[in-house]
Design a protein around this ligand. Structure first.
Ligand code: S3P
Length: 170
């Protein structure tokens, strides 16, 4: 309970913001993708290659369920976590859902140097980002709060999140 789930598209800063947020609050930090890779003993690209996206989504939902039993934990989630309604229910019941966003060009810039995201290992990642964002927009809109990280430092984003949590915690 009282967890903080960071959701949002790839490259919006969930992992770095989550680590800093947890550090400042002296709470635990879990990166769901890192935990999935640990549990499965292989990188996410390999899980996608072997089990497809549906196989990965099943593992992702199971892992979220396990993690939701923690308390006062900051959880950085993979960008597609919101695609399953049951995942949204779990997050809502056990904490705040904070969505990080960024402009398409910023996302492209932040993600282009890495090859560990199977969905963006495509010939035209910009088009893929735009079409995935369109599909996912209504899901990301379910968050309790949204912060655009395009022009903000990590510390500024963390401050905005902490302010929101302080105002909205019972
Ligand atoms: C995904 C985002 C990735 C990872 C997987 C799928 C997505 O996590 O879970 O590659 O569907 O948006 P990050 O958002 O942490 O990059």
């Amino acid at each position: 309970m009282n967890n903080i789930y960071l959701i949002g598209f790839m490259g919006t800063g969930k992992s770095v913001v989550g680590q800093e947020l947890a550090r400042q609050q002296k709470s635990k930090f879990i990166d769901l993708d890192v935990l999935i890779e640990k549990k499965e003993g292989r990188p996410i690209v390999d899980i996608f290659a072997e089990k497809g996206e549906p196989g990965f989504r099943k593992i992702e939902s199971c892992t979220l369920k396990e993690v939701s039993a923690h308390s006062n934990t900051v959880v950085s989630c993979g960008g597609g976590i919101v695609l399953n309604e049951a995942n949204i229910d779990i997050m809502r019941e056990t904490g705040f859902m904070i969505c990080l966003t960024a402009a398409v060009d910023v996302i492209l810039e932040r993600t282009r140097v890495y090859a560990h995201r199977p969905l963006l290992n495509v010939p035209s990642p910009k088009e893929t980002i735009e079409s995935l964002l369109k599909v996912r927009a209504p899901f990301y809109a379910r968050a309790d709060m949204t912060v655009d990280t395009s022009q903000k430092s990590i510390k500024e984003v963390v401050e905005a999140v902490r302010l929101f949590i302080a105002k909205n915690s019972g």
